[in-house]
Design a protein around this ligand. Sequence first.
Ligand SMILES: Nc1ncnc2c1ncn2[C@@H]1O[C@H](COP(=O)(O)OP(=O)(O)OP(=O)(O)O)[C@@H](O)[C@H]1O
Ligand SMILES: [Mg+2]
Length: 503
Amino acid sequence: MPQITIGPQFFRNEARSYGNVKLAIARELLQNAVDAGAKHIDIEIASTADGTDLLFSDDGTGMSREVLENVFFSLGATTKNTGATTGGMGVARQLVCFCQRSYEIRTRDMLVKGSGADFDIIDGLPEIKGCLFRIQIAWAELDISPRELLDAFRSYLGMSQLTAEVTISGEKFKSWCYRRSVERTLSFGTVHVNKTSGHRNRLLVRTNSLLMYSLYHQSPVQVVLEIDPSRSREVLLSNRDSLKQVYREELDKFVQEISTDTLSAFRDNNAPKTQILAGNARQFRAPSSSVETYTETAMQVDCGPQGYVSANMPCSGIRSNSPVLSGYLEQHDPVTDGLVILTKTNNNAALVRASRLFTPANWNGVHGAKRRKLLLQWIIACEAALESFCRLTCTESIAWRPGFVIDPDMEAANQKQPDGSFALMFNPVECRDGAVYSIGNIKYKLKEWESTARLLTLAAHEVTHCHPDCKYHSESFSSKFTEIMADCAARLPEIHRAMVQCL
Ligand SMILES: Nc1ncnc2c1ncn2[C@@H]1O[C@H](COP(=O)(O)OP(=O)(O)OP(=O)(O)O)[C@@H](O)[C@H]1O
Ligand SMILES: [Mg+2]
């Protein structure tokens, strides 16, 4: 029966299927060494008359004659079908060996000399551990200078994190890229972020801490995506320069999220959240004329001279998921009705302190009174911003809850609640994460212009997020926020007065 012929050009073309050939050569050789359990890897690169000579050795398992003949020289075959290894596509030797000018492989008691599809195996040599590849890269075929190849290896290693010891030109490599802790989980891997150093604006897609490829993104942080090794063969394309479409779409969506909204993209899944929800959501209704509404409704409930608070305050059917709060809420305090307290920390002591300080049941005494007043100011600021929002977006009414968020990364937050309301929360204290999570003192000064202006700006920001097009800090968020803030700013003296006089 006639057979398919593989001509020399077939292998020459192989280099064309890689986005960055130099990095791909480094990746495939290093990956095979790691898969073979190497503890030491040595890389030497030299210049020859017509190209670059690459010497790559490792002390892994090496290859038996059977593996050489039936796997290495049988295209598509592989010894890796299990979870722990990275390879398994059964193609990389085409790039690292078959498409090059010539190659030699020294393993166990054998020496392979090959060029393209032709090879000879010489055996009976002294036994060695691992594998030594000598690859001749010809300038005529691949224009890679020794310096460029050296840089490619260094750059590749600098985006990976191997446990094996690697020496390049006799020098031990140390500049590994550490990924930090898990910040987010995708369906096929975990995402790690390094906000302070590393490869800013890059997303490093890795398996077993070895770089597969990298992407640019617009956020000034280093992001590492570690693909679950047991799924790498299912997720990656065979050239490892990209992902299969369904996974790429999930990653694209995530990249879009970090580019427009870095902090929010990494929130959520990490620290355990505690959320206390009390009472009912409030219904903010767009007033037909703001001045009328404020003064009229101020008459109905005695709370806040301008009526910002009282205008939209339902006090019926108060419930709570917190035993501490439910007792307190029996008093039907219109300020705390619907209150949300969100804390997000692994630190139990900080959690206990946060809920003790910001649970209204504990608000007796001078400090408690200050917290209640601050909440009242926040409610006034939110209602002022909601009024601008409703007018500018032609919204008739909006369900919302005031609240506190105690988190070192958050000044304020907007979180949609199961009842459909938006919890508009602000962080009243200085808190620091790290070795010691601390919750400091209240950072707002109730009577000062700077404080009320800041609360109003935060309220306008969070209220803007209520718009369906403004979930992230996107272009449409910025323009909507500017409109709402400008509208609030025009009423700033009036709002400031309401916030201060209510105390
Ligand atoms: N450094 C090495 N040490 C031991 N065995 C190796 C080494 N390099 C290659 N091999 C063997 O040669 C085979 C072919 O390697 P190659 O990189 O082409 O394919 P693969 O690693 O199986 O899959 P992939 O194409 O995904 O890399 C491997 O399956 C492995 O058995
Ligand atoms: Mg491989």
